[in-house]
Design a protein around this ligand. Structure first.
Ligand code: SF4
Length: 330
C-alpha cells in the first residue's frame, strides 16, 4: 500500500537523484509549457538543445506571441508535429491578449494545443495543482506497481492510470515533485526493458516485482496497420518562386504548408516513383511533377526556395525539390 510516508520518501529520492535538466530550474509556467510540449515528442536529452534555442529566440510569452508563424515553425524544425508549434503560437497570442496565465488544468485545457497531459503538467509543475500526469513513463510505472495489464491506450485504461496518479499526487505535499519523481523513475530505473528494480525507491510496493514479472507490464498496444500512399506534389515555379498550399486532404502533415498536388491510399506500391518517405504508419511513394506556372495564382502562397524551410520544414518537401522531376511543362 502506498502511504503519505511512501510518497514523502519518494519525493526525497527524486530531489537527491534527479538529472540536471534546464527546465527543472524554473517555476515559470511559460518555460514549463514549452519543455512539456517538446517532451511529448522525444527524450529529455534530445530536447535540451531545442529548448535552449527556442527560449533564446522567444524568451517570454510576449516574444512568442509577437513572432511570425513561419519563425515559430522554423524554430520547431527537427521536432516534428508542427501543429504543436502552431498551437503554441496561437495559445501565446491568446494568453497575451487575456493578460493572465491560467493556474488550473481545467482552464488550461481550453487553450489551443493544451491536451490532458500538457494541461496537467503545467498546472502541477508550475502551480502545484494536485493532479497526476499521465505519460509513457507514468503508465509503465503504474502498470508495474499494480501489476495492471489493462488497455492503457483506451479511454477506460487511461482513466485507470489517471486515477492512480491523482491518488499518488494527492498524498503528496508537493504535487510537482511527485509527478516529476514518477516520470524520472520511468525514464531512469523503471525502463521499458531491464528495469533496475534493486535501485527502485518503490520496490517494496511493486506487485510486478513481487510476482517477478515487471517486463510483462504494461500490456502491448496493438500495432496500427501500415498504409501505402502515393503523393503527387507539383513543383509550380513562377519566376523562381515556389507555390505552397495548406494540406487539407492527406492524413499526414495535416494543415501544414506543402507543395500542391494530390494523394491517394493504394493497395500496392507503384512501379515508378521518385523517392519514398515514412510518416508514422504511412509509407509514402512520391511522384513529383515540375510545372512552369504562367501566373502567380492567388490560391497559393509563393515563396523563395531559400525560405521554404520556414514554411514547410519537413524533409518530405525538401526531397521533392531535389529530385529530377518526372514530367515538365504545363
Ligand atoms: S520495482 Fe521495478 S518494476 Fe517495480 S516500479 Fe520499481 S523499477 Fe519498476
Amino acid at each position: 500500500m502506498i502511504t503519505q510516508q511512501t510518497i514523502k520518501n519518494f519525493n526525497q529520492w527524486y530531489e537527491k537523484e534527479k538529472r540536471d535538466l534546464p527546465w527543472r530550474e524554473t517555476k515559470d509556467p511559460y518555460k514549463i509549457w514549452i519543455s512539456e510540449t517538446m517532451l511529448q515528442q522525444t527524450t529529455s536529452r534530445a530536447v535540451i538543445p531545442f529548448y535552449q534555442k527556442f527560449l533564446q529566440l522567444f524568451p517570454t510569452l510576449q516574444y512568442l506571441a509577437k513572432a511570425s508563424d513561419a519563425k515559430v515553425v522554423a524554430a520547431w524544425a527537427g521536432l516534428g508535429y508542427y501543429s504543436r508549434a502552431r498551437n503554441l503560437h496561437k495559445a501565446a497570442q491568446l494568453l497575451v491578449e487575456k493578460k493572465i496565465f491560467p493556474k488550473t488544468y481545467e482552464e488550461l485545457l481550453l487553450l489551443p494545443g493544451f491536451g490532458p497531459y500538457t494541461s496537467r503538467a503545467v498546472a502541477s509543475l508550475a502551480f502545484e495543482q494536485p493532479v497526476g500526469v499521465v505519460d509513457g513513463n507514468t503508465i509503465r510505472v503504474i502498470s508495474r506497481l499494480f501489476a495492471w495489464s489493462g488497455d492503457w491506450w483506451k479511454t477506460s485504461g487511461r482513466a485507470f492510470v489517471q486515477a492512480q496518479m491523482d491518488n499518488m499526487v494527492q498524498l503528496s505535499e508537493k504535487p510537482s515533485i511527485t509527478n516529476q519523481a514518477f516520470m524520472e523513475l520511468g525514464a531512469t530505473i523503471c525502463t521499458p526493458t531491464n528495469p533496475t528494480c534493486l535501485l527502485c525507491p518503490l520496490k517494496k510496493n511493486c506487485l510486478a516485482l513481487k510476482n517477478k514479472n515487471p517486463s510483462a507490464f504494461p500490456s502491448k498496444k496493438p500495432k496500427r496497420q501500415p498504409e501505402t500512399w502515393i503523393w503527387r506534389p507539383e513543383i509550380r515555379n513562377f519566376h523562381g518562386l515556389i507555390a505552397l498550399e495548406k494540406n487539407k486532404t492527406l492524413p499526414f502533415l495535416k494543415n501544414q504548408w506543402l507543395l500542391p498536388g494530390s494523394g491517394e491510399k493504394v493497395k500496392k506500391r507503384p512501379q515508378k516513383f521518385d523517392y519514398t518517405h515514412t510518416i508514422t504508419h504511412h509509407k509514402i511513394f512520391v511522384v513529383t511533377r515540375m510545372l512552369s506556372a504562367k501566373s502567380k495564382a492567388a490560391k497559393y502562397k509563393w515563396v523563395h526556395p531559400q525560405e521554404l524551410k520556414q514554411w514547410c520544414p519537413v524533409s518530405l518537401v525538401e526531397k521533392a525539390l531535389n529530385v529530377t522531376p518526372s514530367k515538365k511543362g504545363e
